[in-house]
Design a binder for this molecule. Structure first.
Ligand code: SF4
Ligand code: SF4
Length: 210
């Protein structure tokens, strides 16, 4: 007869004293190890909607949808995380420009669902900033805030950035927003896309209106 090895014997004795290693799930909820790599979750307060996580995701589990209907304040970016495609690699957290706080791996592992179409994804919404002349999408408002915080006082060399900053602080003076309607000099103190910024700065149209 083959005798059990000492290690196996010790394991068996430990199991008799301490109880089995396996949990009693589903009878009792299972508590994963603190370092368990579970479902990543967006934090809508920390995420700035930059899309770096979508770019880096090897499984294509992050996507976004921009809803722009032209009205100020109504434009939104919906960030989507697809649970059923995610491989829990953590690349999104590693690449997140918000110090890895915009999306973070959680301990959430119980991800079964009945309706794949309805329940296999999670979303957050971010406000978008549109160009105040042509209405085209520039970026998320929180992304502007993030850039101007990173640049510090250098942000005041860019009207789009400093106006976004003043708006976010709620201290913008509406009197400095356009008094003229015709791409004049006052259009330069608006939040603009690159094309409109170039046009209001370089064309002679505004010079004629002054
Ligand atoms: S954990 Fe990996 S696969 Fe899942 S969303 Fe993040 S980058 Fe994509
Ligand atoms: S802030 Fe982080 S979570 Fe949000 S879009 Fe950018 S990389 Fe993704």
């Amino acid at each position: 007869m083959k005798l059990p090895k000492i290690r196996e014997l010790l394991e068996a004795i430990k199991a008799v004293i301490k109880g089995p290693y396996t949990s009693k799930f589903p009878k009792q909820p299972h508590k994963p190890h603190p370092n368990f790599r579970g479902q990543p979750k967006f934090d809508d307060q920390k995420c700035v909607g930059c899309l770096a996580c979508e770019e880096i995701c090897p499984a294509g589990a992050i996507a976004h949808k921009d809803i722009v209907n032209g009205k100020e304040g109504d434009a939104q970016r919906i960030m989507i995380h697809y649970t059923d495609t995610c491989i829990f690699c953590g690349q999104c957290q590693a690449a997140c420009i918000a110090d890895g706080e915009g999306i973070k791996l959680s301990n959430d592992w119980e991800l079964s669902f009945f309706d794949r179409k309805e329940d296999s994804f999670e979303t957050i919404k971010k406000e978008l900033q549109l160009c105040e002349i042509c209405g085209s999408l520039i970026a998320c408002r929180d992304h502007f805030k993030w850039i101007s915080q990173k640049l510090g006082e250098l942000a005041y060399s860019n009207p789009t950035l400093y106006l976004s900053r003043l708006k976010s602080l709620g201290i913008i003076d509406e009197n400095i927003i356009s008094a003229l309607k015709d791409q004049g000099r006052s259009d330069r103190v608006k939040i603009l896309c690159a094309r409109c910024r170039r046009e209001t700065t370089l064309t002679t149209k505004q010079d004629a209106s002054l």
